[in-house]
Design a protein. Structure first.
Ligand SMILES: Cc1ncc(COP(=O)(O)O)c(C=O)c1O
Length: 448
């Protein structure tokens, strides 16, 4: 990497400036839509994770693996709605089930058999779920699971991990300028994948800790797989101190039919789910041991009340059941995750061989690019914030350039570097994507 005097722009900065200018020129309709949107929505949108600097693309439609923006550009979608869009844009089985369900009416406002069907399917899949309840998002499911765990243990503290994301008001990415909104639980933040430091921190507070919540793979925080020994350690500690262990499998549930807990054979006390189990609609679920979940049994005079107008929305229930029965099969999930594992291995191999400034981490079909500016000691790593990582600004610029460069090649990824695969993709789509990523990485290397 060359060092440039502060006054002089580096080739990387120049390349990025050029990429942003060209993006602006190519997307006048999106820019106009953004300006209009910003008059009623702060920042022109209502979901911070999909914002794009300098302005977001507005997508008009999607079909199969493709999306089309307001300016008529078509992209292959490697975001898959941040893992929830696992079915592609227009799965015919799902579409038929949803259209048929519409004929039976919306908003029935009562129990339906679709809801117990979905519940029994989830109980059958997830080893830790004996009873389950539904909510409207992963965020809500996690708030309910944590609150239930604290109520059950009559304790106050919640152990979470650095880099963890459990929802819009439950993120632990560390300090940043704007800060985050947080549900005011009494959090104890511990280092992910470091069981001895975690144990030390917990020891001092063990009588107050009612809940330990963890993602089996850090997702939004960078696709960092949880070390199985770390996750087993959390299981042991939770049992020893009498806290409820919650696995947030909102993303990792798609790694297999019973999530990562089934793959690793680790049984949490509670599990939270969301995203794709709503078959394309807003969904969340929290479930676990009978003795905990029975607190919600409305037959009991001292039951916890848990409302939610859309908890059992018939469309969501039917779409969810259809997805589980026909789409989220062991065979299809296995094939998709294999596609992702092979893609990651092939990409990292070339990144290393050619000293390219990127690495990719993840599991199966859920992955994240990381900038890697040290071109000598490059290794794929499960801890991408090690010494071999560049400064945050450089990292941001490398990922931004990757994003714009892939757009030019017809591929849509999250600007922060997340990609996830979906069922509409064929092996050829993934191979084409790999080639585009490698060509983009070579371009970025030349600009460093
Ligand atoms: C691990 C994890 N938990 C919880 C959530 C929150 O889910 P939702 O966006 O449905 O509120 C997410 C969303 O990305 C997630 O990745």
């Amino acid at each position: 990497m060359r060092i440039h005097p502060p006054s002089q722009k580096s080739p990387l900065e120049l390349a990025l400036e050029q990429a942003r200018a060209s993006y602006g020129t190519k997307n006048p309709n999106s820019f106009k839509a953004f300006k209009d949107a910003a008059t009623s929505l702060p920042g022109g949108g209502t979901r911070s994770s999909i914002f794009i600097h300098p302005f977001p693309l507005f997508i008009a439609r999607g079909e199969g693996v493709e999306i089309e923006d307001l300016d008529g550009h078509v992209y292959k979608d490697f975001v898959s709605d941040f893992t929830s869009g696992i079915y592609g844009k227009t799965d015919p089985v799902l579409k038929k089930a949803i259209v048929d369900a519409l004929d039976n009416g919306l908003q029935l406002g009562a129990h339906t058999t679709a809801e117990s069907r979905l519940a029994s399917q989830l109980c059958a899949r997830f080893p830790s779920i004996e009873l389950v309840r539904f909510a409207n998002s992963g965020t809500e499911a996690n708030i309910l699971a944590i609150s239930a765990a604290l109520h059950y243990t009559r304790r106050k503290k919640v152990v979470v991990f650095t880099g963890g994301y459990h929802g819009s008001v439950l993120s632990h990415f560390g300090e940043h300028e704007g800060g985050d909104l947080k549900v005011p639980y009494d959090f104890l933040v511990c280092p992910y994948n470091d069981i001895s430091a975690t144990e030390d921190r917990i020891e001092r507070h063990k009588a107050e800790i009612g809940c330990i919540i963890v993602e089996p793979m850090i997702g939004a925080g960078g696709c960092i797989p949880g070390d199985p020994e770390f996750l087993r350690g959390l299981r042991r500690i939770s049992t020893e101190i009498g806290a409820v262990l919650v696995f947030d499998e909102v993303q990792t549930a798609r790694l297999g039919t019973g999530g990562r807990q089934k793959i690793l054979n680790i049984l949490p006390d509670m599990t939270t789910l969301g995203k794709f189990f709503g078959g394309g609609f807003a969904f969340g679920a929290f479930g676990g041991k009978k003795e905990i979940m029975s607190m919600f049994d409305a037959r009991s005079p001292c039951a916890i009340s848990h409302g939610g107008t859309f908890n059992n929305s018939p469309l969501t229930m039917i779409a969810g059941c259809t997805a589980i029965e026909h789409l989220l099969t062991e065979e299809k999930l296995g094939a998709l995750n294999k596609l992702g594992d092979e893609m990651r291995d092939r990409l990292n191999e070339v990144f290393e061989k050619e000293d390219l400034p990127l690495r990719i981490t993840g599991l199966g079909s859920i992955n994240q690019f990381h900038a890697h500016a040290s071109l000598n000691d490059a290794k794929p790593t499960s801890k991408p914030t090690s010494n071999s990582s560049p400064s945050p600004d450089l990292m941001r610029s490398i990922l931004d350039l990757l994003f714009f460069s892939l757009l030019d090649r017809g591929y849509w990824i999250a600007q922060r570097g997340l990609i996830s695969l979906n069922f509409a993709m064929l092996e050829n789509d993934v191979r084409g994507f790999e080639e585009a990523v490698l060509n983009s990485a070579r371009e970025i290397k030349r600009a460093l």
